[in-house]
Each structure stands twice: as C-alpha cells, then as structure tokens.
Design a protein around this ligand. Structure first.
Ligand SMILES: [Zn+2]
Length: 234
C-alpha cells in the first residue's frame, strides 16, 4: 500500500467484491483471488469511490497498471459498466422490459432526490436549538421533490400494474419514508433524540433491495425466488 493512502473501508470493499462476484471483473478471466483496483489511478483521484473501483485478479491488475498493455482505461470502464446489467449498453436486450425498467429508474431517481433533500433537512433541523431557528429551517422546505417522487411512483405503478407486488412495495417504501418525513417536520425544537438518531435509510434498505431484486427478476437478469412471498413488515 502506498504511504499515506488510507485503506479501502471494508463495506466499500465488500460492495465492489459483490459487484464482481468475488472474481476478476474481466469476463474472460474471472480468476481468484481478487484485488481492488482504481479505474482512474489513486494518484490522480486520491479517494476511494465505488464508481471508480473494480475487482481484478493480480495478473489483470498488473496488466492494467502496465502502460504498454492494451488493457486500457476505456476497456476497464466498459467492464465496470457491464457488471451492472440494468444499465446494459446494448439496445434491444429485453426489449419488452425497457419501459418497465425505465419507469423503475425514474422512480428511483425521483425518490432518491426527495430522500437526499429530506435527510439534509432533518440534519439541519437536528442542529437547531431555538424555535426561531426552527422556523427559519422550515421556511426553506421545498415540496417539489416530494411531488416528483409521488408522480414517479404513480407512473411506476401504472407501468407495472397497480395490483402487482412491485407496485405495492414501491408504494410502501414511499409511504414509510413520508411518515418519517412528516414526523421530522412536525417535531418541535429541539428534535427528540430518538427521531434525530433514527436511521431511516437503513430502514428502507432491505425492502428497497427486495424491490430491486424483483425488478431484476422481471427483467430476466435474475432467477425468481422459490420461497413464498413475504408480507411487508410495515
Ligand atoms: Zn483477471
């Protein structure tokens, strides 16, 4: 390891390894063991980010670091992208699913924007100590992202069918977050500790990944689970 360079956090390392199936990300290699490589060199970026990391075996890693080798950055970027089939660069693949996946991606984007805004609002509100400061923070509220997320949910449910389990789960995710958001908005100043410390993104994580897996199943890139459908915990 280079002097002064921090280790890659274990959870980030884990995500990169899972992305590549704990094997070299070059499809014709797939060797083990693997190392974590920076697509744009560490010496330039000076940080560890998921989007710039890829799992490679020591041989491919050494070839990538060799400037005379044809295994260049353009190729490595393509290998990284290929690890995420929902963002496949091939038009025409799973054509009947394109509109479904697009509706899902739109929902994720709109929901993500709303979530980020609300988390920032909650963090700002957790810092205020007076009623006047609380009013000032509340005044900065923007309901646009919520409206966008709700519209994206309705479009998603229309595309997938309102009775479908994916629609139910997506709706439940939005409602669960909306309830938390309402609690944060209604909270008096200072915000109760249990609310300020509640990890809402962790609460959403499991059911979000379940929705994601179901979408992947529907898109034909993941085999369906044999186990019977579980009821929503909320
Ligand atoms: Zn390899």
């Amino acid at each position: 390891m280079t002097a002064g360079r921090p280790a890659i956090p274990s959870e980030l390392r884990r995500r990169v390894l899972i992305e590549a199936g704990h094997r070299c990300a070059i499809p014709t290699c797939r060797a083990t063991p693997v190392e974590i490589a920076h697509i744009i060199p560490w010496s330039k970026v000076k940080k560890h980010e998921f989007k710039n990391l890829i799992a490679l075996c020591p041989t491919c890693h050494a070839r990538y670091d060799d400037p005379h080798n044809p295994l260049d950055r353009k190729a490595m970027r393509q290998y990284k992208v290929n690890l995420n089939p929902l963002l496949s660069s091939t038009f025409g693949a799973a054509a009947d699913c394109v509109s479904l996946i697009a509706a899902y991606q739109d929902f994720r984007t709109a929901f993500g924007i709303w979530v980020r805004g609300e988390l920032e609002f909650a963090a700002a509100k957790a810092r205020v100590r007076s009623a006047a400061a609380n009013i000032a923070v509340q005044d900065q509220l923007d309901s646009g992202p919520f409206a966008d997320a709700l519209c994206a949910l309705l479009d998603f449910q229309a595309a997938w069918g309102r009775e479908a389990e994916v629609s139910e789960i997506a709706g439940a995710i939005l409602m669960h977050f909306a309830e938390w958001s309402d609690d944060v908005r209604a909270a008096l100043c200072p915000m109760p500790v249990e609310l300020a410390h509640r990890d809402i993104t962790e609460e959403l994580a499991e059911v979000s990944s379940r929705l994601h897996l179901m979408v992947c199943e529907e898109a034909g890139i993941l085999a369906s689970e044999e186990s019977p459908a579980q009821n929503l915990a909320w």
